[in-house]
Ligand binder design. Structure first.
Ligand SMILES: [Zn+2]
Length: 273
């Protein structure tokens, strides 16, 4: 861990975070060690018909209430002090925003936003939550004890009868404004991240991955890009990751602990560019 911290000291940084960062906020990492193998709903399944959407929104209705109650943890707060050039997160929980991180790309969107697949209008998830509560009285109370996943989904099999509203404007299908499996990250988002990673090579910077197993290509590609340019990569994660062979250092530690140490040694303001 010492070598990794020394390498990162006073360098321009791009930080990529994943579900492992939010576990200390009580949001379980479904790919972490000891987690059961579970598949989130794919985009194709979501648009396949009303049954899938009923299942999705019923579960989300329960998961949302709990995700909303989660607070940023020491790792989120430390990253504000680390002050990276760009913070890229695969998490949709909005906790970096709540902690106050500027220069943030929510790669997979935010579970707090809803988009209409018909007119593309976006709206707050909280407004939809009120409609779901009105349309499904007592549902949340009857299922108060189920388990939450990082995407705000929950384990639940009895969703028959759950009423799913459509877009108020056009009657279109409402979808959380997050990138599902089987869906691409919007290109401008990806380009902004690539640009920040590419800039590290010219400025002697480093890429730090915190709390991601890099299973999905949407995040792993930035590690490949950095490594190809000769930019040092440090990966902090509980358990092995797909990027380990490309990393200068891998640290098997908790994110909160490592990021706290990193922030402490980086209290001097970064020189301006
Ligand atoms: Zn619409």
């Amino acid at each position: 861990m010492r070598e990794a911290l020394d390498l990162l000291r006073d360098r321009p940084l791009v930080v990529l975070t994943g579900a492992g960062l939010s576990t200390d906020s009580g949001i379980p990492d479904y790919r972490g060690p000891g987690s059961p193998a579970r598949m989130p709903m794919t985009y194709q399944e979501f648009v396949s018909g009303p049954d899938a959407r009923q299942r999705y929104w019923a579960r989300s209705h329960l998961g949302w209430g709990r995700m909303r109650r989660a607070d940023p943890n020491a790792g989120h707060h430390a990253l504000v002090r680390v002050h990276p050039d760009l913070l890229i997160t695969q998490n949709v929980d909005g906790l970096h925003e709540r902690a106050g991180s500027p220069r943030l790309v929510a790669l997979h969107g935010r579970i707090a936003d809803v988009i209409c697949l018909g007119c593309r209008a976006t709206s707050p998830r909280q407004a939809l939550q009120q409609r779901l509560t009105e349309l499904n009285p007592g549902f949340a109370e009857r299922h108060a004890a189920v388990e939450v996943r990082p995407d705000g989904d929950v384990e639940l099999d009895e969703t028959a009868g759950f009423v799913v509203p459509d877009c108020r404007e056009c009657g279109g299908i409402l979808k959380p404004d997050v990138v599902f499996f089987g869906e691409n990250v919007p290109a401008p988002r990806v380009e902004r991240c690539y640009a920040a990673v590419d800039a590290l090579a010219e400025r002697g910077g480093a890429l730090l991955v915190a709390g991601s197993s890099l299973t999905v290509m949407s995040g792993f590609r930035f590690v490949r890009r950095a490594a190809k340019a000769g930019t040092p990569v440090v990966i902090v994660n509980r358990g092995a990751t797909r990027g380990d062979e490309l990393a200068t250092y891998t640290v098997d530690a908790g994110c909160s602990e490592f990021l706290g140490l990193l922030a402490d040694q980086q209290t001097a303001p970064m020189p301006s560019r």
